[in-house]
Design a protein around this ligand. Structure first.
Ligand code: NAP
Length: 319
């Protein structure tokens, strides 16, 4: 998920909207939406619920992570997810398979975890080696343990407006908006990126009827002409592109809320988002930084899904 800057990917703005000024004519700088602090709050709420779950059911909610091969980035992602489980009072287990593993071996592992009543959530870390089919693995996971929310059944429930699990990054973004009291009802939301991981499910969630949604959502992608015009209409602009600093301040409506999902590692080692922070912060009213914005929320929502899975598997309601 971490891209490398090849050349300049920045899109060329057609107009310069300038900076926002207050009545004294001083430049206004956007509020930083501190995903790290919100994630920490979410994790402590989960920790409290996990203690109560343990007292009621005699077990900790349990996330099983399956890691195939030795991709260093995947190893770090899995390690961080397991560490977050540990710190929050959730059980985690690691199921390591060699890069040479066969598809049937991998599916057997998933089936074993499906059948294991001590396992509540299953996470298979992607990408998988080329010899394995991610699609088949997604389809093999029991929808009741589908804490990544990739299974078509889970996606169908989201489209239906009766979600069971929400995908972690879109859920994290929605939580930032909720907890920062950023209204979405009746707002123009523009999402740049239509991936199944982020843009597509988020567009469904925010355009649903009901609380924390009710937005008018536009989804842009690589074939969208006049991207900057769409972006400049947005009350809430969400960038999930995977191109370093592609959205510049001049593409943002003054006073808009900007959510930057991108995580891009540059050749010099710096990690930047899909939004050019320095120019955006002068125009937006609020913005998520990278790092420290959406990223920490993703893991927090994985923990929440695991807790929810455990509750549902024990016939409990979850809220
Ligand atoms: P992805 O699967 O590569 O999808 C990228 C989307 O951006 C595609 O829909 C693509 O359009 C669109 N796009 C690419 N170039 C574009 C352009 N020039 N103009 C308009 N749209 C363009 O990426 P992803 O998995 O959604 O991830 C996006 C970014 O978020 C990455 O930087 C990733 O590392 C990051 N991410 C962060 C988290 C987190 O926890 N913070 C989680 C997931 C992802 P097409 O569909 O037409 O190709």
């Amino acid at each position: 998920m971490v891209g490398q800057r090849q050349s300049t990917n920045r899109m060329q703005p057609t107009q310069n909207v300038g900076t926002r000024r207050n009545q004294e004519g001083l430049n206004l700088v956007a509020k930083r939406l501190d995903g790290k602090a919100i994630a920490s709050q979410v994790r402590s709420e989960i920790a409290e619920k996990a203690i109560k779950f343990l007292a009621r059911e005699g077990m900790k909610p349990h996330l099983a992570a399956v890691l195939v091969g030795d991709d260093p980035a995947s190893q770090i992602y899995v390690k961080n997810k397991r560490l977050a489980c540990e710190k929050t009072g959730l059980e985690s287990s690691l199921h390591l398979l060699p890069a040479t593993t066969s598809q049937s071996n991998l599916l057997e592992t998933v089936e074993r975890l499906n059948a294991d009543p001590s396992v509540n959530g299953i996470l298979v870390q992607f990408p998988l080696p080329k010899s394995c089919s991610e699609r088949e693995v997604v389809l093999a996971i029991d929808p009741l343990k589908d804490v990544d929310a990739f299974h078509p059944y889970t996606v169908g429930l989201i489209v239906d407006g009766t979600p069971r699990f929400l995908p972690c990054t879109p859920a994290g973004i929605q939580q930032i908006l909720i907890r920062e009291k950023i209204e979405t009802a009746g707002k123009e939301v523009v999402i740049v990126g239509r991936s199944h991981l982020v843009g597509r499910p988020l567009s469904i969630m925010l355009s649903q009827k009901g609380p924390h949604a009710d937005a008018t959502v536009t989804v842009c992608h690589s074939r969208t002409p006049n991207l900057e015009q769409h972006c400049r209409r947005a009350d809430i602009l969400i960038a999930a592109i995977g191109r370093p600093e592609a959205i510049t301040g001049s593409m943002i409506k003054p006073g808009a809320v900007v959510i930057d999902v991108g995580i891009n590692r540059l050749a010099d080692g710096r990690v930047v988002g899909d939004v050019e922070f320095e120019s955006a912060v002068q125009v937006a009213s609020a913005i998520t930084p990278v790092p420290g914005g959406v990223g920490p929320m993703t893991i927090a929502m994985l923990l929440e899904n695991t807790l929810k899975a455990a509750a549902l598997q024990h016939g409990e309601k979850f809220n």
